[in-house]
Design a protein around this ligand. Sequence first.
Ligand code: NAP
Length: 317
Amino acid sequence: MAQSSPMKIALVGIGKIARDQHVPSIAASPDWQLAATVSRNHSINGTESFRDVETMLEARPDIEVVSLCMPPASRFAYAIASIAAGRHVMLEKPPGATISECLQLKAKAQEARVSIFATWHSRQAPQVAAAKMWLKDKRLHRLSVTWKEDVRRWHPGQDWIWEPGGFGVFDPGINALSILTEIVPDPVQLKGALLQFPANRQTPIAASLTFRHPHADDVCALFDWGEEGDQIWTIEAETSEGHMLLSGGGAELAIDGNKLPTPDQSGDPLNGEYPRLYARMAELVRTGAIDMDIAPLALVADAMLLGRRIAVEPFYA
Ligand code: NAP
């Protein structure tokens, strides 16, 4: 339910995702008013813009919420400054570059009595909740995640993804892990990983992971950034009561080969992954709550800790 007057929010890091999703989702919602942007090189027409977060926090005490959309490696400093200034914080995925950053952010938010939200947009994809419901009472035998996409198509000009803290293929892969950790009833643990690093880069271009599960024999994930053909974002599960295929990054669901109707979200500006994230943020602020689930990030960290690393041919954009 929307409150009577919209909350003022600042967007920090005006890049692809801020323009594609955050700005339109805020504009469509009665909960929010975009009051300022913070970005070193970019701005949004008609919105007051700042080049650094400290100046914005000082100049605009009326802004209650700060939404951080820049790449993860630089997010912690902005989040800490916002919390210290008593603002609620919304974090793009992944919520930070490390686990310890995220734990500290949560502790600082608790101390300051502000809300913090580690968002996972893929969990809001149309059929994720239905997949979770379907799996809830089934015995899982096998599960495989396949996330194969073309890095040149989805990340043109983004050098940060290849730098330390840029996540490489785990930038999309963590979306798959956010769905996995949401829909599988018993938590998985990382068992092993094989990570392929281009010889000239600091982050992996491909990864295959295996997981332990209380009763499934085979739970695995394959992430590959070299797919130039059909882009594949699927989670496939064999259970005691049939086969589930969640495809299109969570947009489509089929049980035993029969596709379930997808909720039509095309005409509703308050529906969709990002509008739902902003509705949830509004609820967290209203109720004084924190939502800081870092399970997907923990699996990525575990893969980096346990993974066997192999060098592959250099990558040039
Ligand atoms: P982007 O377009 O490359 O960058 C976003 C903006 O962040 C940049 O325009 C830059 O603005 C600012 N920025 C970059 N490095 C910074 C730094 N070191 N310190 C401060 N600000 C910095 O990236 P993006 O694709 O929007 O992705 C940003 C985040 O959103 C990532 O965590 C990504 O995983 C997530 N995400 C992206 C997508 C997508 O489709 N692209 C989808 C879902 C989630 P200024 O130079 O003006 O400061």
